[in-house]
Ligand binder design. Structure first.
Ligand SMILES: [Zn+2]
Length: 130
């Protein structure tokens, strides 16, 4: 059962994020007309890239380009997982400890499927430096 107490449902935000990420992934393949600040293009969907990075510049740098594609993939997967959870009613429940993810975290990061502690733990296991 979906509880709708906010005007803007998380599902809407997640669908919008997903569409943007898919578009970005397509642009990464094209590598054309991308002379805009990366954060402009991503609208803040992607986390983990320095704000001042230019998308075209990022794509011309092999290493950054790989990172970008990887981050896009990762972010899209995350958004899809959150959407799945919305559908089966487990949205907002931490995958790690099963407790509720704080509302403030979900507002800031609607695609979050873990609480801050469990996410930190997961990031360490998966070799990510956060
Ligand atoms: Zn947790």
């Amino acid at each position: 059962m979906a509880i709708r107490k906010n005007a803007k449902a998380p599902e809407e935000r997640l669908e919008a994020d997903k569409a943007r990420l898919e578009q970005l992934a397509a642009q990464c393949g094209e590598e054309a007309g991308l002379h805009r600040p990366l954060n402009d293009v991503t609208g803040g969907v992607i986390t983990g890239i320095p704000e001042e990075t230019d998308l075209a510049q990022a794509l011309s740098d092999r290493e950054t380009s790989d990172l970008l594609v990887h981050l896009l993939d990762e972010n899209r997967e995350q958004v899809e997982r959150a959407l799945e959870k919305l559908r089966d009613g487990t949205y907002g429940i931490c995958e790690g400890c099963g407790r509720r993810i704080p509302e403030a975290r979900l507002r800031y990061q609607p695609a979050a499927t873990r609480c801050v502690e469990c996410q930190g733990h997961w990031d360490r296991i998966n070799g990510r430096t956060a």
